[in-house]
Design a protein around this ligand. Structure first.
Ligand SMILES: Cc1ncc(COP(=O)(O)O)c(C=O)c1O
Length: 356
């Protein structure tokens, strides 16, 4: 079987060029005579892989000097816990905007550490929009948002202006999908398995003054300061995943960087949303203003048609289109590595399905 178009929400498609390069280096990385998987994380050759990956990320995201990049494990879920342990330091309070399932998980972890103030929520309308009306608590240690809601299909078009209070963003499902100004954030985190590479590594970009403020009782392993001091090599990192992230970043750099992929992402999203908006069968549950460029939920009029759509799409090589169990219907995740042709094929299939 050839390669199919995989619309999974994550782990998701990786660029074919990246997979081929990894395959070509599988047995002998750069004349080392071994696979990156077999290499000591303390070796010079591996150190250069981590350095190269960090430098590329800094270049592509234009990360200012006063920010540290960490390659951690435990997924974005571990960050739900680590962020409050490290950042709820002064007043032991944080503001959260609740925009869906992943925000809720972040909130649950933070509540175990300090006072959580939910300053806005879109739960009243099934998380189909991003709230705009809120006031930030003057004594909050930070404000937390989920920049792209993978399950509900919404995204922040403008980020909250939090003044001097650090803005913290879970960018797991839209990091590197469009240009952002890193200097507006105190901390950005993202699991790799959507736009960055395979599962296993989690990127944390944190402003230096926010490192080292953890609680006295914080487990050593959960302190950003320890991982920053040891340049993400405090313990054995997800070494192969970091190498793969490096290859994905090289691919993105060659493509023209974040602006170039942003244009492609806009083109892909427009193809799909324009079709849905003109369709007599499919509808989008999301407020147009806040539609995600990465995750596109849509529904047919009945559960029976939804089920039929998913089965028939799979037969055409359009895979993993089932919506999240909490939402139902369909969801097409069209991350950076999804080619424009994959979205065109999906739209053609939707068109034919509707006609039939
Ligand atoms: C926005 C968002 N946050 C957090 C997570 C959880 O990530 P992980 O499974 O890496 O812990 C996901 C996973 O899909 C996600 O989409």
């Amino acid at each position: 079987m050839g390669r199919i178009y995989n619309f999974s929400a994550g782990p998701s498609m990786l660029p074919e060029k990246v997979l081929r390069k990894a395959a070509s280096e599988m047995l002998d990385y750069n004349g080392s005579g071994m696979s990156v998987m077999e290499m000591s994380h303390r070796s010079k050759v591996y150190e250069s892989i981590v350095d190269n990956t960090e430098n590329l990320l800094r270049k592509l995201m234009n990360i200012p000097e006063n920010y540290t990049v960490l390659f951690l494990q435990g997924g974005a879920s571990q960050q739900f816990a680590m962020i409050p342990i490290n950042l709820m330091s002064k007043n032991k309070k944080a503001d959260f905007i609740n925009t869906g399932s992943w925000s809720k998980k972040a909130i649950s972890e933070a509540k175990l550490v300090g006072d959580v103030n939910i300053i806005a929520s879109s739960e009243d309308k099934n998380f189909s929009y991003i709230p705009q009306d809120y006031s930030i608590s003057p004594d909050a240690d930070y404000v937390h948002i989920t920049s792209n809601n993978t399950i509900e299909g919404t995204r922040y078009v403008n980020f909250p202006n939090t003044g001097d209070i650090p803005l913290v963003a879970d960018m797991s499902s839209n990091i590197l999908s469009e240009e952002i100004d890193v200097s507006k954030f105190g901390l950005i985190y993202a699991g790799a398995q959507k736009n960055l590479g395979p599962a296993g590594v989690t990127i944390v970009i944190v402003r230096n003054d926010l490192i080292g403020n953890h609680r006295e009782s914080a487990p050593i392993f959960f302190r950003y300061s320890i991982h920053a001091k040891d340049k993400s090599l405090y313990n054995t990192p997800a070494s192969y995943s970091i190498y793969m992230v490096g290859l994905v970043l090289e691919w993105l750099d060659e493509l023209g960087g974040v602006k170039a992929i942003e244009n492609i992402n806009n083109e892909k999203a427009s193809l799909l949303y324009d079709f849905i908006d003109n369709s007599k069968m499919f509808t989008s549950p999301v407020d147009k203003k806040y539609r995600s460029l990465m995750n596109v939920p849509f529904v047919a009029p009945t559960d029976e048609l939804n089920a039929k759509f998913i089965v028939e799409a799979q037969k055409e090589g359009l895979s993993t289109l089932k919506g999240h169990r909490s939402v139902g219907g369909m969801r097409a995740s069209i991350y950076n590595a999804m080619p424009v042709d994959g979205v065109k094929k999906l739209v053609d299939f939707m068109n034919n399905f509707e006609k039939k």
